[in-house]
Design a protein around this ligand. Structure first.
Ligand SMILES: C[S@@+](CC[C@H](N)C(=O)[O-])C[C@H]1O[C@@H](n2cnc3c(N)ncnc32)[C@H](O)[C@@H]1O
Length: 310
């Protein structure tokens, strides 16, 4: 499994990333335009009546799009990270939502509980994504829809290698297989990408309907409670496991943070690279980060040039 495709590693990764998440990460990689396009393939008629579960809801960025479509008191947010959830709880527009710590692979709800299931950008961390999709099937009512949004495996071999070392970037056919195996029918999808990406198949929003009540035809036992969730933060770990955990989180975080300056530069250079999609403007935090990248690059170049002279 990849560096961050583990519950404990993801927990510690988000312990710190949650501080920058809404300021730097989402506005680059999972933008408002991508979110709206993804949610638009959902079915939101009779919105007043619909109950929605948002799994891996994090700081509530996707939930903000959901509550534009259904009343917030109909929405339940589930995440394994209390740190991410703390940011979501602070958002005024999410005040009516229910917040519940929980594991995507072992959802703390009865069968047939919700009308809609949404999960955005969380599958990358699930050790057993098929089990997560089986759970999506189980908790929605017959006739209900599950919308899964996630990244696609990059095409460029270097990016593909980096992405696959870091976390789960499933190829397109895997998303279809997860949905079909879980038992969903009437599967539909759309692709999403930030404006600075040339590759239109950067991410996918895929939706399926639950035809029959109860558990997924592929249901298998939920993960053991002690491996599932919040206990992961309290429980002691052996020295070996602790070192491995720290190594994975540090390497995974470094890999993640490298993508931020790369995406910032890609964002401002998009028109120069012949990408004519309408840009999504940088916010003030991104501008500061970009300026910092510029200063570091300038210092590096001046340093190299002055060394050459001598
Ligand atoms: C990239 S964030 C996406 C957050 C949010 N959906 C959004 O649109 O911004 C991924 C989230 O998935 C959560 N997560 C990872 N593994 C999980 C699991 N097994 N169960 C529940 N949440 C999980 C993380 O804590 C994190 O908040």
């Amino acid at each position: 499994m990849r560096l961050m495709q583990h519950k404990r590693e993801a927990y510690w990764f988000y312990r710190y990333l949650s501080m920058f998440y809404d300021k730097l990460v989402n506005p680059l990689f999972w933008t408002e335009r991508m979110r709206e396009k993804s949610l638009d393939i959902g079915f939101w008629d009779d919105a007043e009546e619909l109950t929605v579960i948002d799994v891996g809801s994090g700081t509530g960025f996707t939930t903000e799009g959901i509550v534009r479509r259904v009343p917030s008191h109909n929405v339940t947010c589930v995440d394994q990270s209390p740190h991410q959830m703390a940011h979501a709880r602070e958002k005024r527009e999410l005040a009516g939502c229910t917040f519940q710590l929980g594991d995507a692979e072992n959802l703390p709800f009865d069968d047939d509980s919700f009308d809609r299931y949404v999960s955005a950008g969380s599958i990358e961390y699930w050790p057993d994504p098929q089990r997560g999709l089986n759970e999506a099937y189980r908790v929605i009512r017959p006739g209900g829809w599950a919308l899964m949004i996630g990244p696609l495996e990059p095409v460029n071999p270097i990016s593909k290698f980096a992405a696959n070392t870091w976390m789960l970037f499933p190829p397109e056919e895997d998303y279809f297989r997860y949905m079909e195996t879980a038992g969903f029918d009437r599967i539909d999808y759309t692709y999403v990408a930030p404006h600075w990406q040339r590759n239109e198949r950067y991410g996918i929003a895929i939706i399926g309907r639950k035809p029959k009540p109860g558990k997924s035809p592929n249901h298998y036992e939920a993960v053991a409670e002690e491996q599932s969730l919040v206990a992961i933060s309290d429980e002691g770990v052996s020295l070996g496991r602790g070192l491995m955990l720290a190594g994975r989180v540090l390497a995974g975080s470094a890999a993640g943070f490298i993508f931020i300056p790369m995406a910032l530069v890609a964002s401002v250079t998009a028109p120069l690279r012949g990408i004519d999609a309408e840009p999504e403007p940088l916010n003030k935090h991104q501008k500061v980060a970009l300026a910092a990248v510029g200063v570091v690059a300038a210092v590096f170049i001046v340093n190299r040039l002055s060394r050459r002279r001598w």
